[in-house]
Design a binder for this molecule. Structure first.
Ligand code: ZN
Length: 309
């Protein structure tokens, strides 16, 4: 019979505890904005919706629901739901460098995936952010059209209101992710390639920036003050959304510069706090404008509601 001396016996007892602590200390992989940042973006978008948007999307209960849904897709990363976790993970980001290397981004998800497979690559390595966001926005628009129809027919709208509310909150997660520059690049968690400025190559920057730093330093009034005035988005939603992602991508190097200067440790610096508040505000402004635009677009006549196949 194997006998353990007191020391290894103690070790056997504490090892699971140490392993548990180690796992808990690991940064969640590419969550974008963590819980606090996502809730803040969704809440700010909801409380600043123009009065033209139906009241059911602007009530206190609606604001709380939309806020709750900010981190919702991050609740689908659990290995208890393995297939869902794998399929939805690439919807949180796009690495624009390898995506652009394949040519113009097709507006249809399956066309992009076909292109990636044809190049001998995998979509889950490059990301599906703009397609997922556009599709959820279209779900919201379809629900709001149904709300208009039921309202016009003087029918009960409570069920469709619940659906539209869910889509608006769900949409917020991806729009929020899109304002985080590190969700638009293959340098998402450590610098890649030539590095004359000596930016960090450690796999820490992503969560350090969007998680604990945001939770400790970013608050509703400061972020709200940086939001733009509400406006409907003109033209094509996919193109507008990709332009928004490309704008975020222009700040990738800035994140690395701030990190190098210690900007995401503790309270950071005035510059790093302002920069982060601007990014959160960009996400909240875009989400609010996308919900507003979905409402306006849902009022346009649809010639054949069962068109296509
Ligand atoms: Zn995400």
């Amino acid at each position: 019979m194997l006998r353990l001396s007191p020391f290894p016996r103690l070790l056997y007892r504490v090892l699971p505890v140490i392993a548990f602590i180690f796992v808990m200390l690991q940064p969640p992989a590419t969550r974008a904005w963590g819980n606090e940042g996502h809730r803040l973006i969704n809440r700010l978008a909801a409380i600043t919706l123009p009065a033209e948007v139906p009241a059911f999307l602007r009530s206190e209960a609606a604001i709380n629901e939309i806020e709750y849904l900010g981190p919702e897709p991050d609740r689908w990363r659990n290995h208890a739901e393995e297939e869902l976790a794998a399929a939805q993970a690439p919807e949180h980001f796009i690495d624009l460098e390898p995506a652009d290397a394949l040519g113009p981004l097709p507006r249809n998800r399956l066309d992009f995936e076909a292109k990636v497979f044809a190049a001998g690559q995998r979509p889950e390595k490059i990301g599906l952010q703009p397609w997922e966001t556009t599709e959820v926005w279209e779900r919201l628009k379809a629900a709001l059209r149904e709300y208009r129809n039921l309202s016009a027919a003087k029918q009960d709208t409570r069920s469709v209101e619940a659906v539209a509310l869910f889509y608006a909150g769900w949409l917020g997660h991806y729009v929020g992710d899109g304002s985080q520059p590190l969700h638009t690049t293959d340098k998402y968690n450590g610098w890649l390639g030539p590095n004359p400025n000596g930016y960090t190559t450690e796999h820490q920057i992503h969560w350090q920036f969007e998680g604990p730093f945001v939770a400790a330093n970013e608050h509703e009034p400061e972020v709200r003050a940086r939001m733009t005035a509400p406006k409907a988005i003109d033209g094509d939603i996919f193109d507008s959304y990709v332009a928004y992602l490309r704008n975020s991508a222009t700040y990738v190097e800035k994140v690395y510069q701030l990190e190098k200067a210690g900007g995401f440790v503790g309270a950071g610096s005035a510059e790093s706090r302002d920069f982060t508040a601007d990014r959160l505000a960009a996400g909240a402004s875009m989400l609010r404008d996308m919900i507003y635009t979905a409402w306006i677009e849902s009022g346009k006549p649809v010639t054949d509601p069962f068109g296509g196949k």
